[in-house]
Design a protein around this ligand. Structure first.
Ligand code: SAM
Length: 302
């Protein structure tokens, strides 16, 4: 099939998608046109695919679900990383669970005050394929001397380590397969023990239409996090690949002020950092905590 950038020129393009796990996402399935498949690999954990889409560029897919792409990764990685980092203001150590594509790691390491970033990813094939085929997402993050990559289950890591961190970011797949345990209360309990006083826990939570078992995922996660943190909420970003509305990231900390930082404080930290961003900015940071009534209602049910 021939194509010019951004335009398909065949009647029947190939598509990628359709591997949804019904117990989590019964909205339907997102299918992306694929103009070229660059790699496919069945690992012990998932079927990974790297393909090209005329609009989003190179895309990483797992079990039929598009995870991230060159074109939309900033809407996800910049918001999920910079919001806790700038809200905290003096982060030295970060734990990333999942995140094998290196996007969160890259954004976290842009903060010069960070001296250590540990990434616990269950599937070694993810960083390997992203480094080889989609380096725009990971950049040089995996080779940064401050980064330590641990291949293994993130649940086991938080259970076995004695290390603590200022920020913990759970950039996992959705609540099915190996990702499911990262949405369970025991994981949240163990992760809290690994967080320094005044630290921030963030997790990827999918859209406000996603069910987990028989309840909206937002309600389930808010209820579990509230057992361990004084302040639990969500912040949102519009991510093209996670269709079905905005994506709501879980937010948990014992310091409620961290979510309510004035724009002037975030702007001052952002300007001082010298970090260049494609999507995140201090106005978006503050606005991202504004929640629709539908999500507020889900939180009240928690
Ligand atoms: N941003 C994407 C999203 O929101 O769906 C996910 C990014 S990343 C590709 C998700 C990563 O979580 C995958 O590399 C997967 O292997 C990893 N993962 C899933 N379950 C895990 C677990 N229990 N421990 C560590 N990593 C896990």
């Amino acid at each position: 099939m021939t194509q010019t950038a951004g335009k398909l020129e065949t009647a029947k393009p190939e598509v990628y998608g359709g591997g949804l796990h019904p117990q989590v996402h019964d909205l339907g399935e997102l299918r992306l046109y694929q103009s070229r498949v660059l790699a496919e690999e069945q690992t012990p954990f998932q079927k990974l695919t790297v393909f090209e889409n005329p609009i989003l560029g190179r895309v990483l897919g797992s079990d039929g679900i598009s995870q991230t792409s060159e074109g939309d990764e900033a809407t996800y990685h910049e918001m999920m990383a910079h919001i806790p980092m700038f809200a905290h203001g003096h982060v030295k150590s970060v734990l990333i669970i999942g995140g094998g594509d290196g996007g969160i790691l890259r954004c976290v390491l842009d903060h010069k005050g960070v001296t250590r970033a540990v990434l616990a990813e269950i599937d070694a094939a993810v960083p390997r394929l992203v480094k080889q085929y989609i380096p725009a997402i990971c950049g040089g993050a995996f080779d940064d001397p401050r980064a330590e990559i641990k291949i293994g289950d993130g649940f086991d890591f938080v259970r076995n380590t004695h290390e603590t961190f200022d920020v913990i970011i759970v950039d996992s797949t959705d609540a099915y397969g190996p990702g499911r345990v990262l949405f369970e209360d025991e994981f949240f309990r163990l992760a809290k023990q690994r967080l320094n006083p005044g630290g921030i826990f963030v997790n990827q939570n999918a859209t406000d239409f996603v069910k987990y078992a028989d309840e909206m995922l937002v309600t389930t996660v808010a209820r579990a996090l509230r057992r361990h943190y004084a302040d639990v909420s969500f912040f949102r970003s519009a991510i093209p690949l996670y269709w079905g509305g905005d994506t709501f990231f879980g937010w948990a900390t014992d310091d409620a002020a961290l979510r309510r930082q004035p724009l002037t404080a975030i702007q001052q930290r952002y300007d001082a950092s010298g970090i260049q961003t494609k999507y995140y900015n201090p106005d978006m940071h503050v606005a991202s905590f504004a929640l629709p009534n539908s999500v507020r209602a889900m939180m009240q049910k928690a």
